[in-house]
Design a protein around this ligand. Sequence first.
Ligand code: SF4
Length: 256
Amino acid sequence: MSRPDITRVPLARRQITGRLHAIESCGTVDGPGIRTVIFLQGCRLACRFCHNPDTWNLNGGRSASVEDLLREVVRYRTYHKASGGGVTLSGGDPLAQPEFARQVLLALRDTGIHSALDTSGGRPLEVTGPVVDAADMVLLDIKHTDPERHQWLTGVSIDYSLATGDHLAATGKRVWIRHVVIPGITDGDEHFELFAALMKRWPNVERIDLLPYHTMHLEKWTALGKCNPLEGTPPADPAALDRGRRILRDRGLPVV
Ligand code: SF4
């Protein structure tokens, strides 16, 4: 199978550089098919349940050009094509480097590689809009439905994610939603009802994943010298996830 021609990407775009955290060659949980996942460095949020606080610092990781990333991902093109996959741009949150993220997504489009953007949508729409518009699909992480709890949980206003979701609906973008179920925070029936109502607002949502909170991230926080504010919170109860899925399914929502 022939590889995509990187020279189809304008040279000026190929030479743009940003900060890279890591690349996972063949992932299966970050969008359709087998995907190469590019984790960019940097995040403007500070989620209390974050599993990758080592990605927060925008000066961390290493420098990489758009061409460096393309050269890495085309090596796995056979797997992408055979599985209906492609590349997922994740983080951190790619919106911490909006112009670099946009250029990577445009370069993937230039080469005919399917792109997914994994983001909280947690920045103003002037920043978020051009980035999500450059992706073939978006994995939108919704952290909470209540404005005050969202601010407490992430350090940013819920309004940004809502505006991003509304923009994606208005432009008919293909969207999968991800939502972490945390004991005592996002696992109550009332919360699931509000979450379902929010999902009803976006008819373009193709799939909803409820993900269980777990505690494996605590070691990373400790290693970074950070005190985790959710220390003592137990892993999600499978029964709570089942209840949440049932509430969403009963409302005709595409939960998996
Ligand atoms: S948006 Fe993601 S990377 Fe950023 S703090 Fe939240 S969980 Fe961590």
